[in-house]
Unconditional design. Structure first.
Length: 195
């Protein structure tokens, strides 16, 4: 009987390999397996491409944020400088008045303590403004420069008036930018200035 059972099994196996529907089913299973593998590879490639896009997007966002922080810091510094420039510009007439008052002070009053106090106040104010970047524009005897000087008086012919002959109001620079131009009188260069 065992022999008979083996014959039946062999016949069933032979019938299974000879059956075209079974072979087609096996081929379809292989193709499905290959198709599924191809589909998974396609999905993997799509996910890799999406990951790269997301990474580049993150890098751009990070760079934008760094630029934003830098721009905000620069705007803050510019705002502080602008506010400082406005305050210093408003203090310049006070400094001018102190300088005029000291220049017109009679000689016999110079030794008094309150005069020394006013002189000290003027020196302190000038020192504080200098610490914040304020420097006077030297003009007397120099060539007229319309970027730093404002001519309000002229001696001689217009073509000859190229030298600053008098300083009427001192001008100032704040951090290498002209805060207030020097009001000057221009005239021809003197013989001592000509070379």
């Amino acid at each position: 009987m065992a022999k008979h059972q083996e014959d039946i099994n062999e016949a069933a196996e032979a019938a299974a390999t000879d059956d075209p529907s079974t072979a087609a089913a096996d081929d379809a299973a292989v193709e499905t397996s290959n198709g599924a593998q191809g589909s998974l590879e396609g999905q993997l490639e799509a996910l890799r491409a999406e990951k790269e896009d997301q990474f580049r997007s993150w890098q751009r966002t990070q760079a934008d944020f760094v630029n934003f922080r830098r721009r905000i810091e620069q705007e803050r510094v510019d705002f502080i400088k602008s506010a400082e420039a406005g305050l210093i510009h408003d203090l310049l007439p006070v400094l001018d008045d102190l300088e005029r008052a000291i220049a017109s002070l009679p000689v016999d009053l110079r030794g008094l303590t309150w005069v020394d106090g006013v002189l000290l106040i003027e020196r302190k104010l000038a020192a504080i403004l200098e610490q914040h970047g304020l420097t006077p524009i030297e003009a007397l005897g120099n060539q007229f420069d319309p970027n730093e000087h404002e001519a309000v008086l002229r001696e001689g012919e217009p073509g000859e008036a190229t030298t600053v002959t008098a300083e009427l109001q001192r001008g100032y620079r704040l951090n290498d930018r002209v805060l207030r131009p020097t009001l000057v009188k221009v005239g021809p260069a003197s013989n001592s200035n000509k070379r």
